[in-house]
Design a protein around this ligand. Structure first.
Ligand code: BTN
Length: 331
């Protein structure tokens, strides 16, 4: 727990309001408790309001917190977050960013610690796998990037994509009760359509991984018609599948917790149990698929996922082939 001195006054005020649980708190009581003038209290109330908090004020009764915004504000993400590292350090948050992965890579290159998070409400140049664009409209999705500093060889990096997919699928299932599935390597699906994606990028120093950035995008509160025409048939959202709005904060917290648990399990027990869990969500064994990789398309039956998380395909003309990356479609 951090000491009070480490918190901004607006943060102390936010806690007071939350403790009051929707009751009026007098300006005078606040000014006494926080040892500042009533004008100063008012100024910090304005700061909170500018962040999106709905605060009523009355000359006689004081202030009352009427509602917290559905925003992924760092102090809200951290509140009640049951992790020890992930999300407990710096959380860089902006209403709008080009891409959280870009920002996270810059932070990581400048020395940011493991567990540092970058969150945006909107991305103007969200990046998908294979050079694609990631549709990131304001407030409707989760767009976050996590910085890790795992002590691994570059060859191990692809495992993290699968590890993350397993952790996120579990969290989505828990919170939404939707049967989220995974399409190799790390697409998150619901009802056969894409619900989210993961983009892992690494920074190398000689032959060691210096840092890893795990970018996660999830479509949360979008309706089908909100997607651009080219995505309408391919993409979906939690709201579209579940038929109701989902506040994003509990989902983000659960994702971070699930990730930390899975990452710890990987370090303690290795990749095999993670892969097993990943497989239970993937439902791909034995299915006929087409894999686009290296500018070609290969068709066949899924034989296996090997110890590194590579896809093993019984290609119809060539026999068994191994892929470490590619685009899969079911045929
Ligand atoms: C995919 O193509 O499936 C991966 C999509 C990854 C999107 C997320 S959104 C947050 C992070 N920042 C980015 O620019 N991309 C990732």
């Amino acid at each position: 727990m951090k000491s009070h001195a480490a918190h901004s006054t607006a943060e102390l005020l936010r806690r007071e309001f939350k403790q009051a649980e929707g009751r009026w708190v007098s300006g005078e009581a606040l000014s006494r408790k926080l040892q500042m003038s009533r004008t100063a209290v008012w100024k910090h109330v304005c700061t909170l309001k500018s962040e999106g908090y709905r605060i009523a004020s009355s000359p006689r009764k004081g202030y009352m917190l009427e509602g917290i915004p559905d925003l992924l504000l760092p102090q809200e993400v951290r509140e009640g977050l049951q992790t020890s590292r992930i999300g407990q350090g710096e959380i860089r948050y902006r209403r709008r960013m080009e891409s959280t992965n870009l920002e996270a890579k810059a932070l990581a290159a400048a020395g940011a610690a493991e567990g540092t998070l970058v969150i945006a409400e909107e991305q103007t140049a969200g990046k998908g796998r294979r050079g694609r664009h990631w549709f990131s409209p304001p407030g409707a999705g989760i767009y976050l990037s996590l910085i890790l500093r795992p002590d691994i060889q570059p060859q191990e990096a692809p495992r993290f994509a699968l590890l993350t997919a397993a952790a996120v699928a579990a969290a989505i299932r828990e919170v939404t009760r939707l049967e989220a599935t995974i399409k190799w390597p790390n697409d998150l699906l619901a009802g056969g359509r894409k619900l989210g994606g993961i983009l892992t990028e690494i920074g190398m120093d000689m032959d060691r991984v210096e840092y890893m950035v795990i970018g996660l995008g999830i479509n949360v509160n979008l309706e089908r018609k909100d997607f651009p025409p080219e995505l309408e048939e391919l993409a979906t959202s939690i709201q579209a599948e579940a038929g109701r709005f989902f506040p994003r904060l509990p989902l983000v917290r659960r994702i971070l917790e699930s990730f930390e648990e899975t990452y710890a399990a990987y370090r303690q027990q290795g990749f095999a149990p993670i892969l097993k869990r990943w497989q239970s969500y993937a439902e791909m064994m034995g299915r006929r698929i087409a894999v686009a990789s290296l500018g070609q398309t290969f068709t066949g039956e899924v034989m296996d996922f090997d110890a590194d998380g590579f896809l093993v395909l019984r290609e119809e003309n060539r026999g068994p082939m191994r892929f470490f990356s590619g685009d899969v479609s079911f045929v």
